[in-house]
Structure formats: C-alpha cells, structure tokens
Design a protein around this ligand. Structure first.
Ligand SMILES: Nc1ncnc2c1ncn2[C@@H]1O[C@H](COP(=O)(O)OP(=O)(O)OP(=O)(O)O)[C@@H](O)[C@H]1O
Ligand SMILES: [Mg+2]
Length: 332
C-alpha cells in the first residue's frame, strides 16, 4: 500500500458551498472585488427570477482574467494596494468569487477592458473536475459590454433575496465610506446594462458623536472609535475590526454591557483573518497582543470619555427639562 494523500473530487465544491453563509455575504465579496480593482461604481440588480447581476466599471484585461482563473492565488497579499487609486484592498486569499456556489448554480462573467473582452461561465461541475488539474470552462460568444467593466451574473438562485435585507447588509461594507466609490441596488423585471433607473444608492450610516482616534504601535492599530449620540442599531454596536479594508467582525473586547453607545473601527493588518470567508480572527500571538492593547485602550480612553460624554448629554437633557419647567411655571 502506498501512502498517498489525495483530494476527493467534491472537496472544492464542498468548500465553495459550505463556507460563506448567505447570498448577502456573496454580493459583498463581489462588490469588494470591484473596489479592489478601482471601480468607481457598482450596480447590483436583483431580477424577479431571483438571479443577481453585479456590474462594475473596472474591467479585466488578459492578465486580470488569468488571475481570475487561478483559485487561491494570494497575489493581493503582496499587491495590497489597488493599481490606480492606491486603495487598501479588501481581498486576501483568492477564493471570494467561489462563494457564489453557496446560493447560486453558476456564475457568468463578462468583462471588457479597452480592446480585450471575454465571457465565461463557472459552475459546480468545473470545480469537481479540478481534481484532474484541468477544469475547462465554457467560453461564450456574446455581444461585448459597452464600457470598460465587468458584469457578473449569479444564476439559478437557491434562495429568495430580499431587497431591504440586501441594502441593510450592504451598509456593513466599510468601503462605502471611500470617495469615488458608489454602490447602487435595484429590483428589475429584466436586466438592462449599466442602467441606474429606479436604483437606490447605498450609503453607510452616519454616526454623529464624540470621536476618539486610535493610534497604537506594536501591533500597529489605527482607527476611530465613536461614542454615538443616538442609540445604535444591532449591526452598528461594537468596534469593527478590519484587516485591510475588510470588516472581519465587531467586538466589545469583553466590555459587553458598557459599550452600547460605542461604534467605529480599528484596523490592524498584522492580524490574520480566517481563510476564505474572512469572518473570524486567527488566535495567534499578535491576536493576543492586539486584544490586550485594545482592552487597555478601552479602559484608558473609551470608558472615561463615555462617562464624560454621557454626563454632557444628561446635563443637556436636564437643562432642557428645567427650561420647560421654567416656561410652564412662568405661564402659571
Ligand atoms: N470585478 C473584478 N474586476 C477585476 N478583477 C477581478 C474582479 N473580481 C475578481 N477579480 C480578480 O480575480 C481575483 C479573485 O477574486 P477573489 O475574490 O476570489 O479573491 P481575492 O479578492 O484576491 O481574495 P479574497 O478571497 O480574500 O476575496 C482577484 O484577486 C482579482 O485579480
Ligand atoms: Mg475578493
């Protein structure tokens, strides 16, 4: 008996269908990909048959398509800035685009950059063929896009997509705060290329309040923590931990009940996010140091500011009430 480690033909398909959890997460991944390539606008169209189209204005040349075809390529780890606008990229592991298989049967990619264009389809069967080392994809001869950009069709949806929930989930994207980057969503009977009719722009929620800048060394952590004026929604509570421009999770660093009014983000590129879905942190030595530094920061800076800020808010509220009482008494 030879001792040989092998890969089961279903391994890649299982990985792609059981790693990401929802179509909303998939759409976020694909929007982040467009951001990473310097797109300035993304349009997400939900069709009435449940299919979804994600369009951007970046586009791929022959080199980019080659990158697109290599699964697990970690090139963004080295090329961590986008080519033109030098944005800090969100991608890390070269697997995000496979997420489509969680909620859709296949993905058609149509792209155009200057005089280069390509239309191809990826499905689960192609992933099963990967075991042989050769997974031929179907190339389609279709009319090319009328602009530089990419159009991704997510076909044969396995789940109903709710537009309200989609908008809510897309608001979690930290990249919405970037200049020169807009995301639109719309619902449509039929798909029409690059058409903003009846679409709505997705804006990240504005949180007013007291801002505390974070600038820590070893590990290097930067960010902005906000003590919010208004009560925060469930998705806004806690401090977002970012690796690159991707929000991994929100945390209160063990101060659960005390940080109900606290939001914002901290960025630490030395942390390692979990492979593929990037929705958890690997608990290594940097992670331990990071947590310690953040806990100290919360104790030294956030909690005192919180008490101070709450006092100011309460005093303002109180003085408003006293003024009201004075007015009423004056009229009596
Ligand atoms: N909309 C797009 N426009 C241009 N190139 C793209 C686009 N989407 C994907 N690519 C190319 O395909 C590659 C694979 O994307 P994918 O999301 O799978 O991996 P990644 O973004 O590199 O890393 P991660 O898995 O962490 O998201 C990208 O690195 C990029 O080179
Ligand atoms: Mg990606």
């Amino acid at each position: 008996m030879t001792l040989e480690l092998k890969v089961h033909p279903l391994f890649f398909k299982e990985f792609a269908t059981k790693t990401w959890i929802s179509p909303y997460e998939i759409i976020r991944e694909l929007i982040e990909n467009a951001f990473d390539e310097d797109a300035t606008r993304v349009i997400v169209t939900v069709l009435n048959n449940g299919n979804v189209v994600i369009e951007d204005d970046a586009g791929m040349n022959s080199d980019s398509v080659t990158k697109f075809l290599i699964l697990g390529s970690p090139h963004k780890a080295n090329e961590n800035l986008s080519p033109k606008l030098k944005r800090i990229r969100t991608g890390r592991y070269g697997t995000g685009r496979l997420s489509f298989l969680t909620s859709f049967d296949n993905m058609k990619i149509k792209t155009n950059l200057d005089d280069f264009n390509k239309t191809l389809v990826i499905n689960g069967e192609a992933l099963e063929n990967l075991i042989t080392g050769q997974a031929q994809l179907q190339e389609l001869k279709e009319s090319t896009l009328k602009r530089n950009g990419t159009e991704i069709f997510l076909n044969v949806s396995k789940i109903t997509i709710d537009l309200v929930k989609l908008t809510k989930e897309l608001k979690k994207l930290s990249i919405l705060k970037y200049p020169l980057f807009e995301v639109y969503v719309k619902y449509s009977e039929n798909f029409k290329e690059w058409d903003l009719t009846d679409s709505q722009i997705v804006k990240s929620p504005d949180v007013q309040g007291y801002k505390i800048l974070v600038n820590i060394y070893n590990p290097s952590i930067s960010g902005e923590i906000i003590i919010a004026k208004r009560p925060l929604g469930q998705d806004e509570k806690g401090i977002a931990i970012m690796v690159g421009n991707h929000v991994v999770l929100r945390s209160t660093f063990g101060f659960d009940n005390k940080l109900n009014r606290v939001t914002g983000y901290v960025k630490c590129d030395q942390l390692t996010s979990r492979f593929a879905d990037k929705s958890a942190l690997i608990e290594n030595d940097i992670y331990t140091k990071f947590n310690q530094q953040m806990r100290d920061f919360v104790i030294e800076q956030v909690l005192p500011s919180l008490t101070e800020y709450e006092d100011v808010l309460i005093t303002r509220e109180e003085s408003k009430i006293y003024k009201e009482i004075d007015k009423v008494m004056g009229q009596a």
